[in-house]
Design a protein around this ligand. Sequence first.
Ligand SMILES: Cc1cc2nc3c(=O)[nH]c(=O)nc-3n(C[C@H](O)[C@H](O)[C@H](O)COP(=O)(O)OP(=O)(O)OC[C@H]3O[C@@H](n4cnc5c(N)ncnc54)[C@H](O)[C@@H]3O)c2cc1C
Length: 390
Amino acid sequence: MNFSKVDNMARSMSDKHYDLVVVGAGVVGLMTAYAARQRGLKVAVVERTAQSIGASIRNFGFVTVTGQRRGEHWRRAMKTRDAWLAIAPQAGIPVIHPGLYLTAQRPEALAVVEAFLRTEMGEGCELLTPAQTQARFGETALGPHLAALYSPHERRVESREAIPKLAAWLQAAQGVDFHWRTVVHGVDLPTVATSRGVLRADHCVVCPGHELNALYPEAIEQARIRMSTLQMMRVRPAVPVHLPAALMSDLSLVRYEGYSELPEAAPLLQRLQAEQGEHLKQGVHLIVVQSADGSLVVGDSHVYGDAEAPFGSTAVDELILDELRRVLPAAGSAGAVVTERWTGTYASAADVVFKTSPSQGVALGIVTGGTGASTSYAFAEELLALALGA
Ligand SMILES: Cc1cc2nc3c(=O)[nH]c(=O)nc-3n(C[C@H](O)[C@H](O)[C@H](O)COP(=O)(O)OP(=O)(O)OC[C@H]3O[C@@H](n4cnc5c(N)ncnc54)[C@H](O)[C@@H]3O)c2cc1C
């Protein structure tokens, strides 16, 4: 090993002094860097891997408002949706189909949708008849349903392309420094100790995603944060399918807290336990979104533990496909091919976000509700305020 080269590298890193070092180049870290640049701060992002490969590129890219936990988190989603709309054209990120359709198959599901529409979260949303809904899907046949909730608020980006583009734009147009393939071992401001030397910073925001054991493990353990691993698929239908927006179904009404915390969700849960118990046991609900090439991203399931679940199950994939065939028969018809399967893991806890300041000038933040694509910008602003003491 050439030790003088290593010394030089460490020295050249410590020559740089930043207003803010962000740990982690997932969506939360990148949005934090963006929010810091809006305040005119000099920013560096340090990322363990050579490119973002975590939850932020494995998700649906579904920037969801409707269904988020009522109150503060719903407002985070609205704000973050607007941030995506502001960033996307500048960073060259296509915003793919807008909005959401949630088809209600059971009377109990319709009751939840109607109750949701009576809340302030229902603003701008509509209840559609099956004929109205089908008209919007054109020749793409929907499964039998009683009515559909339409929300205009959602947007979608293709995360595996959007996240690298966001990082590249932050670097090229916003002047953010990126240190890839660099692990942060400890933060003791103004020192940020990394596997490639020391960085100097006045403030630091740590956005580690589901890396729960590296930095501040005691604080993370106290917050009872665990991991949730999801199974996902890309499906190429045998016949052309056109989705005007993202599609969800009854199972989502007992998972997304904006619906599931309404009293009307209890009878639906009871019925689903009787009729789709295995789906509930595996944490399966349906989200379908469409990519530019016409293929569908379909998921998901949830298994909880202290580590990532290393092995996907075909039986669980089959439960997801079973719900797909029920809700969007055209997509699941004979000849449809699953072209990709992958898993993704996010940090999970009873509360939807975890934030703390472990020492002066430092903030640690994790989205623990599985909604980082939808809430990261607003959350990033909160983390920044915590680190800056503002
Ligand atoms: C399959 C799946 C589907 C989902 N679908 C959606 C969706 O459609 N809409 C939505 O809103 N949310 C969705 N989510 C949730 C969302 O993806 C996450 O909430 C979000 O991506 C978390 O972002 P993050 O930046 O915290 O984590 P990550 O993307 O995991 O990034 C954290 C980064 O920090 C780095 N890191 C950690 N520790 C260190 C260290 N010490 N030094 C250097 N680097 C470090 C890691 O390498 C990693 O790159 C989904 C999640 C999954 C898994």
